[in-house]
Design a binder for this molecule. Structure first.
Ligand code: ADP
Length: 792
């Protein structure tokens, strides 16, 4: 031991400026601080007594101090090696390193904690000759050793990368996470300069960080890039704190680095999403399950007028109408069950109080564990859509009303009905409370007077008012000055000008909104006006004008037609009256003529004379029948055709009619086919005979090429049926429906056969009056059969 000591003394004196003085060697040997020196390759070249005591064995000259049996641990109690020590670093880089703490396990197993101060030594030429290491026993110093050990363990097992370095930037510790992050092992980096981790373009950053640290400041969450061993760049967030020694001197820095690649990605994603949401034309709002607004995009600001600042943290009910609060409960209920709510049409309230019709779609918002923590709403303003829908519906409704009106106007010829319909429907379309249609007309005596129909008001309301034609307000319309629309007629200068009422008479309608549309006939004359009123102001719009104007024009046409129809009807009545009168006047002289002719024929004149008289008598009979028929027509028209109701024998009536016709026409043979000899019928026997004669005459008239007419009589329990069949020109079935109308003749087929077209008309009337039926079966150029049946 002594020899070694003296050796060490010798060696120390060799390697020191104080070498020549043996006293110095002696002094060093007696210093309580352990000192040793080594050459550039790390082998021990000298040591003192205190070093032997501290290490618990005598170092071997020429071998590294730290080789077995010594075991070396970091201050965090991790086994380490000489290569990781400050001494190794100092020798490699020629740097003085102070304060490295290590734990040495002596050969006897005891441990000692030391602090090393390493100083490189150089020769006169500046070449590294080795290093001096002064070791202080700090085992007792560290009161919180346990604590420190725990800390070391934490540091090592931390998921965060924790690195410490000196103020010069030399890495002094490196945890497992650091290895994982950067790919360097502890051995590779301890003692290296931190710049191996820093991209070139960011070296300046390190200067900044170090200057902060040197000034005693922390650097928090500094986002930057570092380079791993394999060259990949890692985005990290750095937090750097100063490391102080026991005296409070800053001796280094500890860095916690966190990989923020994921965060960066997420941040980018979030930013992109936020940008999308913010620029979206849809209103996007998110809220917590209890309704607190969590996000509010630009479109939401525009839609509701509230800013993001105003709304975040507020309850969603701010924009929900009180009557719709339950809706929110329903929506939240759905969301809480993880369901979506789609295209829910509702109404929300903007800041300025206006109601906005919306279609909202709500989806659950989940946290990373999949728990539902809120809801996101996309709301779309559907006012335009709603307005369009409403407009469409309004137009459809109106179209329907207008259609109905046009139909009425074109189908109806009754003036009053047209007026009433137009009044009712236009009042409905305009939303007026009262509507009136005033219509000028001329009465029988040629006096002009006014008809009116009302809607929404009792007739009495107008009766007090007299005829409005000449009041200042109404006159505008009747004088053809166009449509009048006033938001408040009581404020109009024309109002209240005319006697006797000066405004609305007592008890009259409380008209404020006023709309009047003139009704102008084809000839340009104002024939009336449509008037609408409402007790509230401003009820009528330009749109109402555009709807009512064409209706008024249409109504004018309808009224013109109705008027024409009335005129035609009047003329027609006159004609019927004339026919009745004329046939009546003809009847009297005809009767006398017949009488005289009959007397003449009975007188014993010569044969020639009596032949002429008989011929004349026959023609007069025909004339008489014609006049009777005409008279019948006018009686039917006037509803004055009188029928008897008495029992008579149908067979007898038929035989008589056949005999009469056969007597007048010898061109055709009339053949009766029947089993019936007697059949009692109730009715007018003469009129029934008239029907049969009519049918027989027609059958002969319209079968000029034939010579036969067949008659059938049969009956059931309920009715008697008579048919007259001919083999003549026949009738096109298309004409069947018109055959029985007054004055109708199938002219194109029988231009040479004379007639008035009233025989079938009268026959039809007679049969109908007997509750019977008259019909025809016919084929062109083959012949016809006319049937009639009468209930028994
Ligand atoms: P009229 O015979 O005086 O013309 P009617 O009222 O008796 O008037 O008959 C109406 C029309 O019906 C006739 O003009 C004729 O065109 C058609 N018609 C009637 N009976 C027959 C018939 N038996 N065959 C063909 N056409 C007939």
């Amino acid at each position: 031991m002594d020899a070694n000591l003296s050796d060490s003394r010798t060696d120390l004196s060799h390697n020191n400026a104080l070498t020549t003085d043996s006293q110095v060697s002696n002094f060093i040997d007696h210093i309580a601080v352990a000192i040793y020196t080594c050459n550039p390759s790390g082998s021990v070249t000298s040591y003192n007594n205190a070093a032997v005591n501290l290490l618990g064995h005598t170092p071997e000259i020429g071998k590294p101090l730290w080789c077995p049996p010594l075991e070396l641990y970091t201050r965090y109690r991790k086994l380490t090696s000489f290569e990781s020590t400050a001494m190794a670093a100092a020798l490699k880089q020629g740097l003085a390193l102070d304060g490295e703490q290590l734990i040495i396990q002596r050969p006897d197993g005891t441990k000692v904690k030391i602090k090393a101060h390493v100083a490189p030594t150089f020769d006169n030429a500046g070449k590294l000759t080795g290093a001096v290491n002064t070791l202080f026993d700090i085992t007792g110093q560290s009161a919180g050793e346990e604590h420190e050990a725990r800390l070391a363990a934490i540091v090592n097992t931390s998921d965060d990368t924790i690195i410490s370095k000196t103020l010069e930037g030399i890495i002094t510790s490196w945890n497992d996470a650091a290895q994982l992050m950067f790919g360097y092992s502890k051995e590779e980096v301890i003692g290296k300069h931190i710049s191996i981790l820093i991209p070139k373009e960011r070296l300046k950053e390190e200067e900044y960080i170090i200057s902060q640290i040197a000034g005693g400041n922390k650097v928090d969450h500094f986002e930057t890039m570092r380079v791993a061993k394999d060259g990949t760049q890692i985005p990290i967030s750095l937090s750097v704190s100063p490391i102080m020694d026991g005296n409070g001197t800053i001796i280094g820095a500890s860095k916690i680095a966190r990989d923020i690649s994921e965060k960066k990605k997420n941040d980018e994603k979030t930013a992109t999403l936020a940008a999308i949401i913010d620029t979206s034309d849809d209103t996007i709002v998110s809220k917590s399950l209890n309704g607190i607004i969590k996000s509010w995009n630009k479109s939401a600001e525009r839609m509701f007028g509230y800013t993001e600042e105003e709304m975040i943290g507020k309850h969603i009910s701010v924009i929900i109408p009180p009557t719709r609060i339950q809706e929110e409960e329903y929506i939240i209920g759905q969301i809480a069950q993880g369901k979506q709510v789609e295209h829910f049409e509702t109404v929300r309230i903007a800041k300025n109080g206006t109601e906005i019709p919306l279609s909202i779609s709500v989806s659950p918002v989940k946290d990373s564990n999949g728990n539902i923590i809120g809801a996101s709403k996309i709301a779309r303003d559907i006012s335009t859509q709603k307005t369009a829908e409403e407009t469409l519906k309004r137009y459809a409704d109106r179209l329907e009303i207008i259609n109905l009106m046009v139909k009425t106007i074109s189908e109806e010829l009754d003036l009053n009905k047209i007026l009433q319909k137009v009044t009712d429907l236009t009042t409905q379309i305009t939303g007026a409370q009262f509507g009136a249609f005033f219509y000028n007309t001329i009465d029988v005596s040629g006096e002009s007077y006014m008809l009116y129909t009302l809607s929404g008001a009792p007739r009495e309301a107008f009766e007090k008012f007299g005829m409005p034609r000449n009041t200042a307000v109404f006159h505008t319309t009747f004088s053809g000055k166009g449509i009048v629309r006033v938001d408040d007629i009581t404020k109009d200068q024309r109002y209240g000008q005319s006697a006797p009422h000066f405004g609305m008479p007592e008890g009259h309608l409380p008209v404020v909104s006023y709309l009047a549309v003139p009704v102008v006939s084809r000839s340009g004359e104002v024939i009336g006006g449509l008037f609408f009123g409402h007790p509230d102001a401003g009820k009528f719009t330009a749109e109402h004008e555009t709807i009512i104007a064409p209706i008024a024009a249409q109504a004018a046409i309808g009224l013109d037609n109705a008027k024409l129809y009335e005129e035609v009807k009047a003329l027609n009545e006159k004609k019927d009256e004339f026919i009745g009168l004329a046939s009546h006047e003809l009847k009297t002289p005809l009767t006398s003529i017949t009488g005289y002719l009959q007397i003449l024929s009975r007188m014993n004149a010569d044969e020639k004379v009596s032949r002429f008289v008989n011929k004349t008598l026959q023609q007069v009979k025909k004339l008489n029948t014609l006049v009777s028929d005409l008279l019948d027509v006018s009686k039917i028209e006037a509803g004055k055709l009188q029928l008897l109701s008495e029992p008579f024998d149908a067979r007898t009536a038929l035989d008589e009619a056949i005999e009469l016709v056969q007597h007048s026409y010898n061109t055709h043979q009339i053949v009766l086919n029947t089993d019936v000899s007697h059949l009692v019928v109730h009715g007018d026997p003469n009129r029934i005979e008239q029907v049969i004669i009519n049918l027989l005459t027609n059958a002969i008239k319209y079968s000029p090429m034939a010579n036969r007419v067949e008659v059938v009589l049969n009956h059931t329990q309920h009715e008697v049926t008579i048919g007259v069949k001919d083999y003549g020109i026949g009738i096109n079935p298309e004409k069947f429906s018109q055959l029985f109308s007054r004055f109708y003749r199938v002219e194109e087929l029988n231009p040479n056969i004379s007639g008035l077209g009233i025989g079938l008309y009268i026959s039809h009337e007679i049969v109908s009056r007997h509750n019977g039926k008259l019909w025809v079966e016919s084929e062109l150029n083959k012949g016809s059969t006319f049937w009639f049946s009468i209930p028994l």
